[in-house]
Design a protein around this ligand. Sequence first.
Ligand code: AMP
Length: 170
Amino acid sequence: MNIQDFIRDIPDFPKPGILFKDITPLLANHEALVGCADQLANFSPKDIKIDKVIGIESRGFIIGSMIAERLGAGFIPVRKKGKLPYEVNSKSYGLEYGEDILEIHTDAINAGEHILIHDDVLATGGTAKAVCDLVKELGGVVVQCNFIMELDFLNGREKLNVPISSLLNY
Ligand code: AMP
C-alpha cells in the first residue's frame, strides 16, 4: 500500500495558486488510515517516553489521536482562537495562505513533559513553530514534530529546531 496514492491534489484551494493536499481519501480507507498512524507512531524516538501528543486543528486531530493511542500517551488539541473553553495561551502565526491565532489550555502540559506535535502538512512551518513556542511557554519539551507530508520547497523545517519526521515529501 502506497500512502501517496491516497493524497488528492486540489489546485487553487482555498486560494488561487495553492495546491491543496487533500487527505480525505486517506482517512476514508481503513488500511491507509491505520498504516499512516502506525508508521508515524513508529517514527517516534524509542528511547524517550512521549507523555502527550498534540494535534493541530483540525486535520491534525485525527491521526494525532491515533498516534497518542499507539504511544500510550495523552492527547492535547491545539485550536484556532476562541474554540477552547478554559484559560488559554495564544500565539499568532503566518500561514502559506493567511494569518491566524492558535491556542492551548494553560493546564494542558506539566513542566518537563515530553511532547510530540502532529499535523497533516508542513508547509512554511509557521503553524508548527507557533505550537512549539506554546509548548515551551508551558514548560514542555518538544521531542518531535511529525507530519503526513512535507512541502520541501517551502523550507518549513528551517523554522523548527526540533527533530522532524514526515511520511511523504513533495
Ligand atoms: P504552514 O504553517 O505554512 O506550515 O501551514 C501548515 C498548516 O496549513 C497545516 O495545518 C496544514 O493543514 C495547512 N496547509 C498549508 N498548506 C497546505 C496545503 N498545500 N495543503 C493542505 N494543507 C495545507
